[in-house]
Design a protein around this ligand. Structure first.
Ligand code: UGA
Length: 441
């Protein structure tokens, strides 16, 4: 099938490459010329396992193409994906200006029937706004061309995006148009094997499904983080509690890992956006507000542990940080706990020596002229002469480190572990002051 994808960010690029890999003819459109030029040269703007070879292969065999020419993009695909960003406004609501600009572009150039698919995470009611925008432009053009606006939210996880897209748990499609349903079945047939993963519903339910899924997962995490705070105060071990509750299949083991708060481009943004949507319709989303505020507080925890240990005197101290990305297998630092920690440390007069397997360039880009940040080439060099080590991200190379080496490199044997990677008893026996999440001091 002929497919056009507007917005070659994370979701758009992965979706486009995966669709091309099964034989669809995909045109990627973005306004960023540099990005499009780079993609043509095989330079991929993000780190995502498996993505680079997929883009290279599909580009070489001609099924994946890149352009900044919007008219060309519109004429190419019967199916037009909108996968542009929806950054939060100052008030937390999703900013739809890019989504509506693409709708306008499609309506400006379309000459035949189109299925327009909202792939970006957009507030409930956006498909109606996209449809209205297309109708408005077509009316101005005095054209009557059929179209349908479908909601088809994306559920991929960063770091596992390609495999999530190749083997989706479910494919949610919001439309009441029979022709669109048939087209969506055909588009996704290569990924809809063994059992039917396609779930059809009305447009608004599909839009809300996306937010509900992310907010449920964020709720599980904030719930566990709240339990971890209680565990600390009550002298219990949250890791034992996690094991104890996860074994109940109604609760399950997934997404109940306590930590230094959830980050990334999705959970923080989507929880805030749904709070905002609720406020707009005069509903007070008490649970969602609590999920957000627990997460905010949780991101301060690593600094609090350090500050308590050093009795509030962090001025002139050097703190080693392992892990800058918001989670492993990505270079993405959006809403990462490491940023909250580093800013608090600098505020307190401390110096940071940091290492991350993938996010060093990104960190450099964000804090390029900060004299109090040293980005180190290895996890060992980040420790040298530091007064404490903080683990922010659970990259596998941090899971079983040489504790003798850590003890020798640090000036004081202090480890703050934001991901509960280590055994508190073992570290205490080795003379470390070890602070984790919900495991006592
Ligand atoms: C999330 C969802 O998991 C995807 O299903 C969804 O498609 C995506 O958002 C999206 O809306 O695009 P992602 O943000 O890539 O995916 O990352 P997650 O793996 O969900 O992790 C989010 C954050 O939660 C990370 O900071 C992670 O450290 C934290 N987390 C996760 C915990 O603190 N505890 C857990 O048990 C699990």
């Amino acid at each position: 099938m002929k497919v056009t994808v507007f917005g070659i960010g994370y979701v758009g690029l992965v979706q486009a490459a995966v669709l091309a890999s099964v034989g669809h003819d995909v045109m990627c459109v973005d306004i960023d010329e540099q990005k499009i030029d780079n993609l043509k040269k095989g330079i991929i703007p993000i780190y995502e396992p498996g993505l680079t070879p997929l883009v290279e292969e599909t580009y070489q065999n001609g099924l994946l193409n890149f352009t900044t020419d919007a008219a060309k993009g519109v004429s190419h695909g019967t199916i037009q994906f909108i996968a542009v960003g929806t950054p939060p406004d100052e008030d937390g609501s999703a900013d739809l200006k890019y989504v509506l600009a693409v709708a306008e572009t499609i309506a400006t150039y379309m000459t035949d029937e189109k299925i327009v698919i909202d792939k970006s995470t957009v507030p409930v009611g956006t498909a109606d706004k996209v449809a209205a925008k297309i109708a408005e432009v077509l009316a101005k053009r005095k054209q009557s061309i059929p179209y349908d606006v479908v909601s088809n939210p994306e559920f991929l996880k960063e770091g596992a995006a390609v495999s999530d897209c190749m083997k989706p748990d479910r494919i949610v499609v919001g439309t009441e148009n029979e022709k669109s349903r048939v087209a969506m079945r055909e588009l996704y047939a290569p990924f809809n094997r063994n059992h039917d993963r396609m779930i059809f519903m009305d447009v608004r339910s599909a839009e809300l499904t996306k937010y509900a899924a992310n907010c449920m997962l964020a709720t599980k995490i904030s719930f566990m983080n709240e339990m971890s705070n209680l565990a600390e105060l009550l002298g219990a071990d949250i890791e034992a509690v996690r094991h104890g509750i996860g074994s109940d299949s109604r609760i399950g083991y997934q997404f109940i890992y306590p930590g230094c708060g959830y980050g990334g481009s999705c959970f923080p943004k989507d929880v805030q956006a749904l709070v905002r949507t609720a406020n707009e319709i005069n509903y007070k989303p008490a649970l969602l507000e609590a999920v957000e505020s627990v997460n905010y507080a949780q991101k301060q925890k690593l600094f609090t542990h350090l500050s308590n240990h050093f009795k509030g005197d962090l001025a002139g101290k050097t703190i080693a940080i392992w892990g800058l990305s918001f989670k492993p297998q990505t270079d993405d630092m959006r809403e990462a706990s490491s940023i909250v920690l580093m800013k608090a440390l600098w505020q307190a007069g401390a110096i940071v020596q940091a290492y991350d397997p993938e996010a060093m360039e990104e960190c450099q880009r964000i804090f390029n002229d900060n004299d109090n940040l040293a980005l180190m080439g290895t996890k060992e060099s980040a420790l040298k002469g530091a007064d404490a080590l903080v683990v922010c991200t659970e990259w596998s190379q941090f899971r079983a480190p040489d504790f003798d080496l850590i003890g020798n490199a640090l000036t004081t044997k202090v480890i703050v572990d934001g991901r509960n990677l280590y055994d508190p008893q073992l570290l205490n026996e080795r003379g470390f002051a070890y602070y984790a999440i919900g495991r006592g001091d």
